[in-house]
Design a protein around this ligand. Structure first.
Ligand code: RB5
Length: 148
C-alpha cells in the first residue's frame, strides 16, 4: 500500500500518479489534498508520513510545488526518510543507499512524465543491504532517538 499526499500545487501531479498506480495495479491510500484550493503542505505531509511510519503503508509519495516544503515536513516524523528527487539517478540511489521511504517531487520543477519515471524507479528499487549503508541509516535512527 502506497501513501499519497500533496498540497494544492502538487494536486495535479498526485492525480497523474494515481492513474499510473492504477495502471500497474498498485494500491494506494490518498491522504489529500483533493483539489487545487490553497492548503498548508505540513498537514498532508504529516498524514502521509504517519501512515508510513506506523506501517499502515509501505512507502509514500508526496508532491508540492518544489517538493521541498513537503519533504521538510515529512522528515519531522520519526521513522521517515523523505527524499526530494528530480532525476532518475537520485530516485534510484535514495532507495539503494538511504532506504528512503517517501519520494517527494516538485510539480513546478519536473514534468509529469519525469515524475512517473521516478515513481516507477522508487517503487521497484530495493535498499542495498551492505554494511556501510545499513550503518549510516542506523545513524539516522540514532539521531531520532537522541543518541547522536
Ligand atoms: C505553494 O505555493 C508552495 O509554496 C508549496 O507547494 C511548496 O513548493 C513549498 O515548499
Amino acid at each position: 500500500m502506497i501513501a499519497l499526499g500533496c498540497d494544492h500545487a502538487g494536486y495535479p501531479l498526485k492525480e497523474a500518479i494515481k492513474q499510473y498506480l492504477d495502471s500497474i495495479g498498485e494500491q494506494y491510500t490518498d491522504f489529500g489534498t483533493y483539489s487545487e484550493e490553497s492548503v498548508d503542505y505540513p498537514i498532508f505531509a504529516a498524514k502521509t508520513a504517519h501512515a508510513v511510519a506506523d506501517g499502515e503503508c509501505e512507502k509514500g509519495i508526496l508532491c508540492c510545488g518544489t517538493g521541498i516544503g513537503i519533504s521538510i515536513a515529512a522528515n519531522k516524523v520519526k521513522g521517515i526518510r523523505a527524499a526530494v528527487c528530480s532525476d532518475a539517478f537520485s530516485a534510484e540511489m535514495t532507495r539503494k543507499h538511504n532506504d528512503a521511504n517517501i519520494l517527494c517531487m516538485g510539480a513546478r520543477v519536473i514534468s509529469e512524465e519525469k515524475a512517473l519515471e521516478l515513481v516507477r524507479i522508487f517503487l521497484t528499487t530495493d535498499a542495498l543491504h551492505e554494511e556501510r549503508h545499513l550503518r549510516r541509516v542506523q545513524m539516522l535512527k540514532d539521531m531520532e532517538n537522541g543518541k547522536m
